[in-house]
Design a protein. Structure first.
Length: 217
């Protein structure tokens, strides 16, 4: 029987996976922008190294989502988190939220402000799992294409893989919609403002692309 501690652990594990996924996506998008803005790189569009970078991002992102959205037993996934929260319904009520939020003497006014933000997303009486499940179901068609691709072409070599390949748009929709759900769960369970998964770097990480990697021979 999953406990409150299990709910918090699963939430943290999924949060960490999404943080890595968003960082990878940022790197990949900036990588594409660099290529598009450099005529010399555009001439190398079919370069094997550039293709390798793109493939590695797509493969790793698809597999990360496959883990997060896995429906198998015994795995940490958003569905198992839903099941664990269903068992621990005492965590889901507004009363529980307000009580736990103010347990460390946090101002009750702040607690009300934070809960009001959650209510804007439909969670007026506490964390509504049905709303969250509906949000996940809303991108099921995008995920089906991506899941087939991950199962049949990345994790395994299917004899007759689906010919309906996913698009980068499918991947982005799945990442964004899954993130929307987890942002609300994290805000609710951690008594925090609704978080952003976009990475913030305290240095110019793109500086590495501003000078030649191979010195003139």
């Amino acid at each position: 029987m999953p406990t409150e501690a299990d709910c918090l652990e699963m939430t943290k594990r999924i949060e960490d996976s999404l943080s890595v996924l968003h960082t990878s996506r940022l790197f990949y998008r900036e990588f594409l922008n660099i290529i598009k803005s450099n005529p010399r790189l555009l001439e190398l569009e079919r370069n094997h190294f550039l293709i390798w970078i793109a493939d590695n991002y797509l493969y790793s992102a698809a597999m990360s989502l496959r883990r997060i959205l896995d429906t198998g037993k015994g795995h940490i996934s958003i569905y198992k988190l839903f099941d664990a929260l269903e068992v621990n319904k005492h965590l889901l009520t507004k009363t529980s939220y307000m009580t736990r939020f103010t347990a460390d003497c946090t101002d009750s006014v702040l607690a009300k402000i934070c809960f009001a933000k959650l209510a804007e997303y439909g969670h007026v009486d506490g964390l509504n799992l049905q709303i969250l499940r509906t949000q996940i179901e809303s991108f099921s068609s995008n995920w089906e294409r991506l899941e087939d691709y991950a199962n049949e072409r990345i994790a395994h070599e299917a004899r007759n893989p689906s010919e309906e390949l996913p698009t980068v748009s499918d991947l982005d929709i799945c990442i964004d919609k899954t993130t929307e759900v987890m942002r609300l769960i994290i805000a609710y369970l951690k008594f925090a403002s609704i978080p952003s998964f976009e990475p913030v770097f305290l240095y110019d990480w793109k500086e590495i692309f501003s000078f030649p990697w191979i010195e003139d021979q």
